[in-house]
Design a binder for this molecule. Structure first.
Ligand code: C5P
Length: 239
């Protein structure tokens, strides 16, 4: 029986948020986005442990909330998301046949149902995969001077989310190859695809948004309240 582990890359600076604080530490209902994102994974009882990759300078700070959970370990992240994930995976005492869930620190609204659907689809089929949603907008490819160069067939296009779940050994290989060949990977699935591994799409929900720009915080507050109705004060102090 393969164990299931998790890695949360949380070493980004969140420059698109126009905030002095790194995005993963922004507070909502008294907890950081990172804390909520880790909590959403810890809900899964069988999860062996979760490695959180932080900016090196933050490792010596006292960690609040779920980051103190016995199943959480910390490691230093890298210069890119892929490097942070590779550092997290390297820190796992996991076997090659085990599974690892990689989840963004900036996706605090992951629901138990979607997490369990991903784990079930992947473990039933033995094929790694990711949560994703079919796009609803018509998509344009931008050419020079923002002139439209093409309209894409939206029937075949999905928007990738996290968690993404792969065999530990295959993910290690894929990340190593991406680094060696200089392929830029913005998620683990891209590295797996480039290495020739099959990847399945598992239908997720729009509520599992990635907080990227300022107004996303209000949306995240809305979805957190849907998930945890007992919450009262979005601006609540960090606990
Ligand atoms: O920048 P973006 O929103 O795509 O980042 C996605 C995730 O990757 C975030 O959780 C961020 O903290 C993480 N990241 C990281 N190390 C980096 C850059 C991003 O762990 N060097």
């Amino acid at each position: 029986m393969s164990d299931i582990w998790a890695v949360v890359p949380a070493a980004g600076s969140g420059s698109r948020m126009a905030q002095s604080q790194s995005k993963q530490y922004l507070p909502l209902y008294g907890r950081s986005l990172l804390d909520w994102s880790v909590a959403a994974l810890l809900i899964y009882r069988e999860l062996r442990s979760c490695v959180v990759a932080l900016p090196e300078a933050d490792l010596s700070c006292e960690q609040p909330g779920f980051l103190k959970d016995a199943r959480v370990r910390l490691c230093a992240g890298g210069a890119s998301r892929a490097e942070s994930v590779a550092a997290g995976v390297a820190a796992l005492p996991a076997g090659d046949e085990d599974w690892v869930l990689v989840h963004d620190a900036a996706r605090p609204c992951l629901a138990r149902e979607e997490l369990e659907a991903l784990i079930k689809a992947v473990t039933d089929s033995g094929v790694g995969g990711l949560l994703a949603t079919p796009v609803t907008d018509t998509l344009k490819r931008a050419g020079k001077n923002d002139r439209v160069s093409a309209t894409l067939d939206r029937e075949t296009i999905w928007s990738a989310q996290t968690p993404q779940m792969f065999r530990v050994g295959e993910l290690r290989t894929a990340l190593r190859q991406a680094q060696a060949t200089g392929v830029t990977v913005t998620d683990e699935a891209s590295a797996m695809e480039a290495a020739g591994f099959p990847v399945q799409l598992v239908r997720g929900a729009a509520s599992n948004l990635k907080v990227t720009y300022g107004p996303d915080m209000q949306l995240a507050a809305f979805w957190l309240k849907e998930l945890y109705p007992q919450l009262t004060d979005p601006a609540g102090r960090q606990t």
